[in-house]
Design a protein around this ligand. Structure first.
Ligand code: SF4
Length: 279
């Protein structure tokens, strides 16, 4: 059973943080579209399209280090509107570092899950981000679990980290036991300090297999960078253990056309999930 998820970048770019892998950092002047707030009508429209493309999850993503009062108000408004228009979508919020109280507020607005990635190991994170630390990321993940929201967490592979860093991050995820693991694969951009994806395709398949083995109760979602990392071999991710993908566009890069993904999944004889089963 394969679970489909779609994302909407509802507030894009102009971030003051210096994450070396992120085109939304204002420091690197990447050529991306920036806007403070996407209109609620547009968000609802995207949610309807996502559901028509058989997505069960719909993630409201904002750029920036974390939640502010005005961001909380905006995300809550968007969640209310999506819930009303497309009640069978599982709404996920992804708004950076957040307090327990703010998470409880999100829950009241019909948000069911919160996505916050560890991104890499604790020690490598210091090399790729100097404006905030990994411990805050871990703490937010713990807060998500305390709030009663379902935790989605993971990271990005291929940013120059060592194999030990990868296993260390996976061990941290094992402590947190997210309901879904987001496996992203670095998508290079010439504006960024990290210039290339350092992961070999066979290592990427091995990582999916390893995460599946170590986190057997979690859903394994192959997210950003999928097309670029796996190319024509993308269908092999399911054999390796993935049972969820992000369809449509990512935050600042284009994804595969949803119909093509659906055709690929069905041609493999796999079924697309119709319900979330609590995840
Ligand atoms: S990952 Fe988040 S905090 Fe870091 S630069 Fe990008 S938007 Fe900002």
């Amino acid at each position: 059973m394969i679970y489909l998820c779609a994302i909407s970048n509802i507030s894009s770019g102009s971030c003051s943080e210096d994450c070396s892998f992120c085109t939304q950092s204002a420091r690197y002047h990447a050529d991306i579209e920036t806007y403070r707030h996407k209109s609620i009508d547009q968000i609802v429209n995207e949610a309807q399209k996502a559901r028509a493309n058989r997505a069960l999850g719909f993630c409201l993503v904002t750029a920036g280090k974390g939640m502010t009062a005005s961001k909380l108000e905006y995300v809550s408004k968007a969640a209310h509107a999506v819930n009303k228009a497309v009640p069978d979508l599982n709404i996920i919020a992804c708004n950076g570092t957040v307090t327990l109280d703010a998470l409880k507020e999100l829950k009241k607005c019909g948000i069911r899950s919160y996505n916050h990635n560890l991104e890499s190991s604790e020690s490598y994170y210091q090399q790729i981000c100097t404006t905030h630390n990994w411990a805050e990321r871990y703490e937010t993940c713990e807060n998500v679990k305390r709030s009663g929201l379902k935790l989605i967490s993971g990271g990005i592979f291929g940013m120059g980290e060592s194999s030990d860093d990868r296993y260390s991050m996976i061990a941290s995820l094992k402590e947190l036991q997210p309901v879904s693991i987001a496996m992203n694969f670095f998508h290079p951009n010439e504006a960024l300090p990290i210039k290339s994806n350092t992961l070999h395709i066979e290592d990427a398949f091995d990582l999916i297999r390893y995460v599946k083995k170590e986190l057997s109760n979690s859903r394994i979602m192959v997210a950003g960078g999928r097309e670029r990392m796996f190319g024509e071999r993308v269908s092999e991710i399911f054999n390796a253990g993935a049972n969820s993908i992000v369809i449509g566009d990512y935050l600042t890069t284009s994804g595969e056309i949803p119909n093509k993904d659906i055709e690929m999944i069905e041609s493999l004889g796999l079924e697309i999930a119709l319900k979330c089963n609590g995840q």
